[in-house]
Ligand binder design. Structure first.
Ligand code: P6P
Length: 334
């Protein structure tokens, strides 16, 4: 386990020795994400000062207006991962299909694929609310050197070898796991160094915060309506507190520190839910489970779901283990 105030670089080297990462490629991958995050952070922090706000005039596969910062963040992460010759493929919320990354030797012999939401919550940029990057890492399943295929990306979340997020908030943090606990690093922007500020993060088993967009209440499944009423009832340690930022990374981060549950169920507008399985729910579920929390679609463990499409959506219940279990109870009994 890392020592407080250790730098991210020192932590990665220590983990390289301690956890015997295979060949150091995963360490180099995390290092490349660290660099890209610094570059994106610089632009996010000055977004209000330069003409980089507003839609880029295009829409992504989700039919959402692409904010220029979305496009910028997507380009930075793709370029950084490509230049370091670490991954053989990348999938992104901002790309219709996956991208094959060939090494300088024109072979596909790198062993990892990365899936990412380069700037989640980007609609909050114009109102100066925290946004985040979410990433998920797998070993490819097709033979080294062969063409990368969709199979390499459509893996269940339990196959992840690493996952994490960057939250561009009042301070910029990287929170990630390679399967040996979850650790948070805070950026000192003055010197561009991340320091281990939240070693071995643990999701409180219980909490009193629920995060859901109650504006969609009339369209929620009955089980979610019943659970929200349970949260609001004057009984035991309730009513709970409602906190919803509209930025998954920020709501998740607060709930992981204080205890709480985040719910984005299926609604009339989003009959499969709004959040994407591969590059939002799986990485957040991996972090939740590796810090003592849990994540499901209301019935089934998120990490067990076998994906069928790159941009598929799922209902998402994630956070303190006992709170998720209680919400699932209401879903089963509805
Ligand atoms: P709504 C941002 O667009 C996002 O994907 C998550 O970060 C956030 O939690 C959710 O959607 C907000 O969605 O429908 O409540 O605005």
């Amino acid at each position: 386990m890392g020592k407080r105030n250790q730098t991210l670089g020192e932590f990665i080297i220590e983990n390289q020795e301690e956890f015997k990462y295979s060949s150091g490629e995963l360490s180099r991958l995390i290092n490349s994400i660290r660099l890209a995050a610094k570059v994106v952070n610089h632009e996010v922090n000055k977004a209000g000062l330069v003409d980089i706000l507003g839609a880029a005039g295009e829409t992504n596969i989700q039919g959402e207006d692409q904010q220029k910062l979305d496009v910028y963040a997507n380009d930075i992460f793709i370029k950084t991962l490509t230049n370091r010759e670490i991954v053989c493929g990348i999938a992104s919320e901002e790309e219709d299909d996956f991208i094959t990354i060939q090494g300088r030797n024109k072979k596909n012999d790198n062993k990892y694929v990365v899936l990412m939401d380069p700037l989640d919550g980007s609609s909050n940029i114009d109102v100066n609310v925290s946004v985040g990057t979410i990433f998920s890492v797998y070993r490819r399943v097709t033979p080294a050197g062969s063409p990368v295929t969709i199979e390499d990306f459509l893996q269940p979340g339990k196959n992840q070898v690493a996952a994490g997020y960057i939250v561009y908030g009042t301070s910029t943090m990287i929170v990630y796991s390679t399967g040996h606990g979850v650790n948070g690093f805070t950026l000192n922007p003055a010197i561009g160094t991340y320091y281990l500020s939240h070693p071995n993060m643990q999701f409180p088993v219980d909490g009193n915060i629920y995060s859901v967009n109650e504006g969609n209440y009339v369209h929620f499944p009955q089980g979610v309506k019943d659970y929200i009423k349970y949260c609001q009832k004057e009984e035991d340690n309730r009513p709970y507190t409602s906190r919803y930022i509209g930025s998954l990374v920020s709501d998740f981060h607060r709930n992981m520190i204080k205890g709480g549950i985040y719910i984005y169920p299926n609604t009339a507008k989003d009959p499969q839910g709004k959040l994407r399985l591969l590059y939002e729910c799986n990485p957040m579920a991996y972090l939740a489970e590796h810090s003592g929390g849990s994540a499901s679609n209301g019935f089934e463990r998120i990490l067990d779901i076998i994906p069928t499409e790159l941009h598929q959506r799922v209902p998402f219940f994630c956070g303190s283990k006992n709170m998720v279990a209680k919400a699932e109870e209401f879903m089963r009994n509805a």
